[in-house]
Design a protein around this ligand. Structure first.
Ligand code: ATP
Ligand code: MG
Length: 163
């Protein structure tokens, strides 16, 4: 059986609810978004989380991607506890874990060029020099696009070319 890539073990997450004076006073209540979430994801598996609105699906994704912390439990990525990991380890996890948003255009800066957006993550991860990065970006696009000048286009103008 293939190895376990991701494991959540009793993960809890609650959000504070503040009163009329906002953050000046302690929270008046807490909303429990994840009560005791446990599951395992094996290599090659696709795992879907289904539930009614407000049941904690997005929160689960945010905790896994490190966009929000948890209040208890363990999140293991290839055996390493992500909740206890250093910033340096997180930089490594981020090479492998990413959010794909329902509306990708609202998460991309319309003022940036498509090439810059793609290159940014390679720069942050210190992958390759300018020439290598350009080759990687063009290579990644080769399978889905034919319009080579896409690098200079704003994200909304980049279209998949079929045929
Ligand atoms: N930043 C936040 N601050 C306070 N409460 C939050 C926050 N984010 C989510 N919540 C609350 O946590 C609970 C779980 O929300 P979450 O967005 O994870 O649910 P969901 O399953 O993704 O819902 P949907 O199907 O509507 O996307 C809800 O009660 C929500 O109101
Ligand atoms: Mg959601």
């Amino acid at each position: 059986m293939a190895g376990i890539i991701l494991e959540l073990d009793g993960v809890k997450k609650r959000y504070p609810v503040y009163g009329r004076l906002g953050h000046f006073l302690p929270p008046v209540n807490f909303i429990s978004a994840m009560k005791d979430v446990s599951f395992r994801l094996r290599e090659g598996e696709t795992y879907g989380i289904v539930g009614e609105s407000g049941s904690g699906k997005t929160t689960t994704g945010r905790v896994i991607a490190g966009l929000t912390g948890a209040d208890g439990g363990r999140v293991l990525y290839r055996g390493e506890d992500m909740l206890k990991s250093s910033k340096k380890a997180w930089k490594r996890f981020r090479r492998d874990i990413q959010f794909i948003f329902q509306d990708p255009f609202s998460s991309l800066d319309p003022r940036e060029r498509a090439g810059e957006i793609l290159e940014e993550s390679l720069i942050i991860q210190r992958i390759g020099g300018t020439g290598d990065r350009r080759k990687m970006i063009l290579g990644a696009y080769a399978g889905v696009h034919r319009d080579r000048p896409f690098m200079r286009l704003p994200p909304r103008q980049v279209r998949q070319v079929r045929g």
